[in-house]
Design a protein around this ligand. Structure first.
Ligand SMILES: NC(=O)c1ccc[n+]([C@@H]2O[C@H](COP(=O)([O-])OP(=O)(O)OC[C@H]3O[C@@H](n4cnc5c(N)ncnc54)[C@H](O)[C@@H]3O)[C@@H](O)[C@H]2O)c1
Ligand SMILES: [Zn+2]
Length: 351
């Protein structure tokens, strides 16, 4: 055991620590939710800790399967196995498995126990923490869901060894976001890191601690928690745009461009100095893939930003930066500010 706080355990011995945690409780039956990849790469790392009568629930991997129809299969399996309220569902996977498994667990028979063992960088530093559970509905992301904290989260960076590099980069965007909104020192350290040689064992707990402390102060996202949406107003619009074009890009890649755009809006509004803006933008642009956003895409992305869940009364409310390590929220941004920020992104990648 490496570090433990409340329902969160960081470990470098996942199998032994999972076995200890399971021993300390008594569940009538244990179910483990996996997808194609986590069954192959992650299950072997925890198999020894699972009792013989535990049961796998298998789903196909990918955001396309984060649907009510997949939930029906999960509920069906639980029902056929006569799972009762003392059953436990262990979510072994990325954000799709953690969000959807948690949702299924908390709605089956009005709620059974669920634990998260996040296996992607994104789910370790973001999706497994904070209790947002749910599934997509049609083309609307996370449209159906609820807030409920997992009973236990176990994080081990060993899972990242089998993760494709593009998934690592995607998760890294959220780590950078956590530093930018809350921890200037951490951002300065990130400036000196080479992505290929990062020590995740020490970086992941720091990023998680930032998210956890923000969520604890505002679990229902009525105020402070909104700073976690930095980069996401424009980022989500970019993500939806590429999804609609059937050329989906990774969440973190979209959020990185969103952070670049929202950093330049922060500078334009006089909230952030030009020097700091330049530092952040150059840093992000050096790490993340460059996306071609033409005039037509700019209009579409701007329109999509008007559909953001966080908007109020038809006005776009974004989280911006008033300094490095200082996220602020509920700042109105206009259509022309978004267009200008996307134009300057275009300029940046063609320079
Ligand atoms: N609840 C929240 O607060 C929150 C926050 C951010 C994102 N999310 C959600 O998270 C989802 C994205 O999460 P994600 O990026 O983890 O996607 P994901 O769950 O689809 O995982 C990405 C891919 O990696 C594979 N994979 C998982 N672990 C692996 C491993 N150790 N080795 C090899 N392959 C592995 C998966 O099978 C999948 O193909 C989205 O649905 C998003 O809405 C939720
Ligand atoms: Zn995100």
């Amino acid at each position: 055991m490496v570090y433990q706080k409340d329902n969160l355990l960081f470990t470098t011995a996942i199998s032994a620590d999972l076995a200890l945690k399971l021993k300390a409780k008594s569940f009538t039956k244990i179910f483990v939710l996996v997808d194609d990849n986590t069954e192959e790469y992650c299950l072997p790392l925890i198999q020894n800790a699972l009792p013989e009568n535990s049961q796998l629930i298998f789903i196909k991997s990918g955001e396309a399967h984060k649907t009510i129809s997949t939930c029906e299969n999960i509920w069906q399996t639980l029902t056929e196995a006569v799972a009762d309220r003392q059953a436990l569902l262990i979510n072994l996977g990325g954000g799709v498995i953690c969000d959807m498994g948690g949702f299924c667990a908390r709605t089956y028979k009005r709620g059974i126990n669920f634990w998260n063992i996040p296996t992607t960088l994104l789910s370790q530093v973001d999706a497994s923490i904070g209790g947002k559970l749910g599934v997509d509905f049609g083309s609307f992301k996370n449209q159906i869901g609820l807030f409920s904290e997992p009973d236990q989260i176990l994080i081990d960076s060993i899972f990242l060894k089998s993760l494709p590099q593009e998934e690592i980069i995607s998760g890294y965007a959220e780590i950078i976001k956590h530093a930018l909104i809350k921890d200037e020192n951490m951002f300065n350290e990130l400036l000196g890191y080479d992505l290929k040689s990062i020590n995740w064992e020490s970086l992941v707990p720091r990023a998680v601690t930032i998210k956890k402390s923000i969520v604890e102060q505002d679990p229902g996202e009525n105020g402070l928690r909104k700073i976690l949406n930095f980069g996401h107003t424009i980022g989500h619009a970019i993500e939806s745009h590429f999804l609609a074009k059937e050329t989906p890009i990774k969440h973190g890649e979209a959020i990185a461009i969103g952070m670049i755009a929202e950093t330049s809006i922060s500078v334009d509004k006089g909230l952030l100095t030009e020097d700091n803006g330049r530092l952040i933008i150059d840093f992000l642009n050096n790490i993340f893939p460059k996306m071609n956003i033409d005039e037509e895409a700019m209009s579409k992305i701007t329109q999509l930003a008007f559909q953001d869940k966080k908007n109020v009364g038809g006005k776009i409310k974004a989280a911006l930066l008033s300094g490095i390590g200082n996220g602020i929220y509920d700042i109105e941004i206009t259509e022309s500010e978004i267009k200008k920020s996307l134009l300057s992104y275009k300029q940046l990648i063609t320079d």
